[in-house]
Structure formats: structure tokens, C-alpha cells
Design a protein around this ligand. Sequence first.
Ligand code: SAM
Ligand code: SF4
Length: 476
Amino acid sequence: MKFRPEKLKIKDQRMKPFIDPDEIWEYIKTAKASKERVREVIAKSLDKNRLTLEETAVLINARDKELVEEIKQGARKLKEKVYGQRIVLFAPLYVGNFCINNCAYCGFKSSNTQITRVTLEKEDLKAQVKALEDTGQKRLILVYGEHPIYDANFISDTVRTVYSVKSGPGEIRRVNINAAPMDIDGFRTIKDAKIGTYQIFQETYHEPTYAKVHLGGVKKNYEWRLTALDRAQEAGIDDVGIGALFGLYDWRFEVLGLVRHTNHFEAVYNVGPHTISFPRIQYASQLNIDKSHLVSDIDFTKLVAILRLAVPYTGLILTAREPSSIRDEILQFGVSQIDGGTNIEMGGYAKRKNNENQNIDLEQFQINDNRSLNEIMEELIGHGYIPSFCTACYRLGRTGEHFMEFSVPGFIKRYCQPNALMTMVEYLEDYAPPPTKEKGYRLLQEKLNEMENDGFKEKLVEKLEQLKQGKRDLYF
Ligand code: SAM
Ligand code: SF4
């Protein structure tokens, strides 16, 4: 289904702001959430159509317990239909926490004198990457504060360094970035370093709230940030991630802001964002925010289910900011990527194996899921999920407008699931302790049994055999 920009009050133009707060509030105030209408909207989404702002507002306004359960049920169904049982795994790696901005919610803000400021030296960065590879990670997201020292050249150098580190069978095959907005030239420089996704969160789409919580530095400029990923697209980065920091303003407004951002990209660049993130505010050193918009667990799980239904083809990322109980629940209805074995202390991975003794003075905020990568792998496998470290599409240039994995019939069955299984087997062979290995191979067998006996299955079985014999990095 194509988005119809003529319905919006602000016409979409490249690199121009696109949020009209009155329009968003109008939808929230007027969308009627009758049983019939909510069911109609869920059905539309289950047909794999992206929802309009009005339809998303219908789901937002559904308060009846039974209807909310139907929304979650719909999200579960849609997830299985679109993504199958795969969950992609990654780890964040903090490169530097110097920052010129003064974001009220963040431990790295310039006014926080309690925090220890660090930029990883090249050798330290390599040590971090080696430690991550030694646990089995293949996909990283590099995170930076906003500071003139972290310019496009610096970021590109760190990306190249990360790709250069090989430890035994370990290597990082995809490096994503979460860093401050750049100009078009800066984005071109980063693209040349072969980044995967460029992720920037708007934090809040509500401009007055944005002004209240961004008290200094470049980040004060709402429009520069709002149009950042347009500039990335102009520079040829067609793989971008958006997000909102939930807890700054009314969650209903932020959900519609994210959907509006998605349809802006579709209208102007003919491709939606690759991922949406929905971090919820966590405790941070010197946290200083108005707490009236903090989002409850009940609203949070509902909003993730709504996002799943609103943008069926966009990956949803859930991080270790959330405790394992919430992560486990939300995984069922719509999340496609999670981090595992996360340690966000500067230099933390090489220092110790888990996050047991968090040092909040070295961290941006507190995380709540301290499980190791292996613990997460074992749990995912135990629940029938296929943990995936797949990087095939990005490395084969299957990204952006030219390629939507979902527009090719049978793509997931033919490529995504087999690739996920192969990366799982690499993990089982190279890093898994015996209990995980045993469970993993059992899951593999189950999935193979479920597959039709067509040419694809044969090819997969052949490749799996090669993996067991020591070949690596095989994909379709
Ligand atoms: N400095 C860059 C920026 O602001 O875009 C890059 C990354 S910042 C380190 C990553 C994200 O962490 C922010 O965009 C924000 O959404 C999130 N974040 C900041 N403080 C947080 C907190 N207290 N709890 C949860 N997430 C937080
Ligand atoms: Fe700096 Fe980003 Fe933290 Fe803001 S969120 S203080 S820009 S690191």
C-alpha cells in the first residue's frame, strides 16, 4: 500500500521538516476506537499494509482490555507472518563519551562533571572488538557522544578499525552507527567506510518539549536533527534507523511522530526507515527530567504492539535498557532485533565478561538486562526463536529502494531463515557451551524437518555440512 501524502497538512519535501503537531493531536483526539474499527485496522495490517496516522490513532485510542489484547495478538501474528521466528542479535560499543550537548536525560551531558570522559584509543577499541568477537558477536552498533573530535573522518576510522579486527574465527561483519547528525558530505564520508545502518533518534517529535530537554550545544536545533536522515539519504545512505526516547512527552504523540517520519521517507525517498527504536528513559547520572510522561510497562507493551502493526515492514529494535521480563514479553509481538551481552561502560567489554558491577559514572544510563550473549542465545533457542547474526543483504547490496526483502515473494523462506540458521550454526560450532550447542542443533533439526523438500533445502543442508567442516561466512 502506498502512503498518500496529499492527506497530510505539511507536504513532504526533501530535507524539510514534516511534523505538524496540530495534525497529530487532531488524530489522537478524533480517532474512534470502536470494536469494529479496531478490528478493521488490525485486519488491514495483517494484510501487510502500512497504517495511516488516523488508523494508528485508532489503535492508540483502544483502551478496552479485550481490544488491547487483540492488538497484541495481531502484532504476534504479523510478526510471525513477516519475520518468522528470527531474532537478529547485535551489541552496542561505546567509542567516546565526550559531549558538547546538554541533554537533560543523558549521563554524558556536558554539565555532568561527575562522569569520567573517555575516547577509546585505537588499541583499546581493538581490544573491545576482540572481546566481543570472542563471545560470538558479528554485528555491532558504535555509539558516540556529540563532539567536534567525533567528526565524519574519526567515525570512519573507527569503523575501519572495527572491521579490521579478526580473532580466531571471529569477525565483525556489519558495523552500524549511532552518532550525531552530519551534513551531506559527512554522511558521504561515513558511507565510504561501509557502515550498515545510520541511526539517529529524534528523542521527542514535540518541539516545545525538545526545546525544554536540550539545553545547550548543537542538539538544541530541532530541525537539524529532524532532517538528519534526509541528508543521509541524499548522501546515498539508504539504510537508516529512527527512534524516540519514550518518557519525555506523551507516548501517543511520539508513536504518531515515528509513523509520520516513516511516511515522510516513503513519500520523498520511496523507502521507509530500516529500523525503529523506542528506548524508554532509564536512570542516568544527573538525570534531570519532568517525570510526568514516564511510560508504564502496560503502555509500553501496548505501544510496541501498535508500532508493529503500523509499520509491518520496519525492523523494531529493543535494547537491554529494558529488564529481561519486559524483553521476553515484547519479543513475542514484534521485535526483530535485540542486543545481547551488552556492556555500555566505556571500555567495559575487555574488562569483564558481564555487567554485574555497573559503574554509572562511566555509562550513559543504566541497563537492566545483564545476561551474557550465550544466556540470551540459550533462552531464545529454548523458546523456539532462531537467533540470527545474518549480514547477507547488506553485504550483497540488497538495501533501500532497490531492494525490499518483503517485496520479493518467498524471500524470507528462501534467504532469511536459511541464513539465520547458518549463522546460528557458526555460533554453535565456535562459541557455544555444550548445553546451548545441544539445544541449538535440536532446533536446527526441527526447522529442517519443517522445510519442504525443494532445491533450497538441499542447498542449505549442503552449506550446513560445509560449516561443520570448518567453512565460515556462507550465505544466500
Ligand atoms: N550523542 C548521539 C545522539 O545524541 O544522538 C548519539 C548517541 S546517544 C549516546 C544514544 C541514545 O541514547 C540517545 O539518542 C537517547 O535516545 C538515548 N538515551 C540517552 N539518555 C538515556 C537514558 N537516560 N535512558 C535511556 N536512553 C537514553
Ligand atoms: Fe550527548 Fe547524545 Fe547524551 Fe545528548 S544523548 S548528552 S548528545 S551523548
